[in-house]
Write a protein that binds this ligand. Structure first.
Ligand code: E4P
Length: 243
């Protein structure tokens, strides 16, 4: 069954949504944060990258006390960031807690960092995934890492985060991309399904994205609080109309 994560950098919102989910017979399992969500909390205040990194740690540790599952924290990276810089940040992030996933961009430098972190058996979440080619490359990379450093024992498999809403924003079909990615991953790990990365549907904008993600059998999805509330309300209304 699909597990729900909250896409937020605000611990108070985690408490609110976790309670709401519980009262609706559901569960808020995990979390994704990213630099722009953390920046939201600062309300426009400018801080250095080191301070932002410290703040991310503080927030992530609070969130870990609220949700029982995986919490993703992102490395600070732009087009100039080297793999080594991502590796250094990733090693630190992973040391905060064993339920943490290091979010890495799915770029060439990101893949170099992925090699180093997986070699250390660190759990990673490949973010900024916009194409089937990227999904295929992650599956291939994960398979090679497992073959070389097998068995990679983690709490959960690695994550792949396709960005649905951002594709819709440029008039592409984000949900077809998720459906294709699920098929591709399934074929690729046909003989070893338990080693397959989990699909983490990301960049969700509306309840329809949740419905279609569940129908596509994504293992996890990360949802902004506003959309999650919309989904729970819709579910409640549908139930009431049938009673
Ligand atoms: C989560 O890991 C992603 O960073 C997030 O879902 C992106 O959402 P956005 O496209 O609304 O920024």
């Amino acid at each position: 069954m699909t597990k729900f994560l909250l896409d937020s950098g605000d611990p108070n919102e985690y408490i609110e949504i976790a309670n709401l989910a519980k009262n609706s017979g559901s569960q808020l399992w995990g979390s994704t944060t990213n630099p722009s969500l953390i920046a939201k909390k600062l309300a426009g205040k400018k801080i250095s990258q080191d301070e932002a990194f410290r703040l991310q740690k503080e927030i992530v540790l609070e969130i870990l006390n609220i949700v029982p599952g995986a919490v993703s924290a992102e490395v600070y990276a732009d087009e100039e960031t080297t793999a080594q810089e991502m590796i250094d940040q990733g090693m630190q992030i992973a040391s905060w807690n064993q339920r943490i996933f290091v979010k890495l961009p799915t770029s060439i430098e990101g893949f170099k960092a992925r090699t180093a972190l997986r070699r250390e058996k660190i759990q990673v979440n490949n973010t900024l995934v916009f194409s089937e080619q990227q999904v295929f490359a992650i599956c291939l990379h994960e398979k090679i890492m497992q073959k070389l450093y097998c068995p990679i024992q983690n709490l959960w498999p690695c994550f792949i985060s396709p960005f649905v809403g951002r594709l819709d924003d440029i008039n592409e079909d984000g949900m077809s991309f998720i459906e294709n990615s699920m098929k591709m991953k399934k074929q690729y790990f046909e003989n070893t399904p338990t080693d397959a990365p989990w699909m983490l549907e990301a960049s969700i904008r509306r309840a329809e994205h949740i419905k279609r993600g569940i129908l596509a059998n994504v293992e996890i999805m990360t949802v902004p609080g506003k959309v999650y509330k919309e989904w729970l309300l819709l579910t409640k209304e549908q139930l009431q109309s049938r009673l």
